[in-house]
Write a protein that binds this ligand. Structure first.
Ligand code: ADP
Length: 432
């Protein structure tokens, strides 16, 4: 294998404030356990002695504040120890947030003062945004807070499948293997893996999500004081930058953490300098963050969708269902490419309304698409409604007018209306 990779059972001794960085091999899982000392994986402490099994391709670090011995069994793509990490600066941020949560908790009846920190993590792709979000959430949960995790990254989000934005309360430190529990996420379906396909729809959904959370916070002092951690996309130029500003504004972020880019930090600091209650903080990117090229990202998305239907360890069996064409009410949002307003004569409206609902009759193009099942009761509620889950169209029979689809569980769909985008489930991307 490549330098730094190894196969046998071996022990690694970590000095204080060092980490073991691991990329699990693409073909087989890796077992790992803590032998002595204490250690954490992205903010979650690992229990002594107990073997943890990490699935192929996972990239993670075992960090220790005071020293530890780790044992590994299995192949890795790479593993090495690093003594330079930005962990002290990250945990200092956590300490500041913790103090603000305590302050918020102390004034439950004041609508402004009772709001805990709303942290938004921004930076280019592969700067460690998701990882930092995760650490901040796990450290907070360890201290008994129940912060809300908001993931606005529709390309590589960690709450649900790609093509969505989502939020979920984090009540326990995040499991280093399983990730975010999928119990009760609040999910809005955009349908595409980049917002550029329909920027207006993305903004509308961000707004809907923010409004719902705002409403939930009003009735829940505990989650209000714990605040939010918001992860964002790595698209930080042009429209991507506008979308960051839109998210900061829509969620009333009070702390902006900028990872790994001086320019973005200085731009945000300048535009936000008049907002007295917003801190813009520059943080160092970890040397352990692994860059992923477009192909790796595409694969990661395919795996994520497969995981939704089949489970992380291929341990779930989705149900195959058959429905008549006439029983399915499928919609898509937005009509075709949007003409920029600037390209139109003065006063004219763009013809294709980006948030217009268009009914779709069953056609060959639906094959292999992943559709969202909306909670909407009426078609005109579709855009403002969150989704219950997803189905995957696996067969269309035009003679019998029947569609076969996979759903994570048996029984009736939790909603009548289905939303399509460009999201497909092509398992071939899962094979190397
Ligand atoms: P971003 O959200 O900015 O795109 P991520 O946080 O998802 O970046 O990090 C990219 C990849 O690097 C992920 O697979 C993550 O698990 C891995 N990673 C992050 N930090 C470390 C580290 N210190 N050691 C090893 N892998 C890491």
């Amino acid at each position: 294998g490549p330098p730094g990779s190894s196969t046998s059972i071996r022990q690694v001794k970590l000095d204080k404030e060092c980490e073991l960085r691991v990329e699990v091999s693409p073909d087989s899982p890796l077992r790992l356990r803590l032998l002595t000392g204490s250690a954490e994986i992205f903010g979650t402490e690992i229990a002594p002695e107990i073997w943890l099994t990490f699935p192929p391709r996972l990239k993670f670090a075992v960090f220790t504040w005071y020293g530890a011995t780790i044992e590994m069994d299995g192949t890795t793509e790479t593993d090495y120890t690093a003594d330079e990490t930005p962990m002290i600066s990250y945990v200092n941020v956590h300490a500041v947030l913790d103090a603000r949560r305590h302050r918020a908790k102390a004034s439950p009846s004041d609508s402004d003062a009772s709001q805990g920190p709303r942290v938004i993590v921004v930076g280019p792709t592969d700067s460690g945004k998701s990882t930092l979000s995760r650490m901040l959430l796990s450290w907070a949960a360890k201290q008994g807070w129940k912060p809300t995790f908001v993931d606005l990254d529709i390309g590589q989000g960690s709450i649900t499948i790609p093509g969505c934005i989502a939020a979920t309360p984090i009540e326990l430190p995040i499991d280093p293997v399983e990730g975010i529990p999928l119990d009760m996420p609040l999910v809005y379906f955009h349908g595409h893996v980049t917002p550029s396909v329909n920027v207006d729809l993305y903004k509308v959904l961000v707004k809907e999500l923010a409004q719902i959370l705002e409403r939930q916070f009003t009735g829940n002092v505990e989650s209000r004081a714990a605040g939010m951690v918001i992860n964002t996309m790595g698209w930080i130029e042009g429209v991507g930058y506008e979308l960051l500003l839109h998210a900061i504004d829509t969620f009333n972020a009070t702390v902006v953490l900028v990872l790994g880019q001086e320019k973005l930090w200085s731009m945000l600091r300048d535009v936000l300098k008049n907002k007295a209650n917003v801190d813009v903080v520059k943080l160092q990117k970890s040397g352990g963050v692994v860059s992923r090229n477009a192909k790796v990202r595409q694969k990661a998305r395919a795996y994520r969708i497969r995981e939704y239907f089949y489970g992380l360890a291929n341990d779930l069996s989705p149900h195959s269902n058959i429905a008549s064409f006439s029983d399915l009410f499928i919609y898509r949002v937005g009509g075709g490419p949007q003409a920029p307003r600037s390209a139109l004569p003065a006063g004219a409206e763009p013809a294709a309304d980006p948030t217009r609902l268009i009914p779709v009759s069953v056609n060959q193009d639906l094959l292999h698409l992943v559709l969202a099942v909306s909670f909407a009761k009426e078609p005109d509620e579709i855009i403002s409604s969150n989704v219950a889950g997803f189905i995957w169209i696996t067969d269309i029979n035009f003679e019998s007018k029947k569609i076969t689809y996979l759903a994570p569980s048996a029984g009736n769909l939790p909603g009548k209306y289905l939303i399509m985008g460009s999201l497909t489930c092509l398992l071939m991307f899962c094979d190397s």
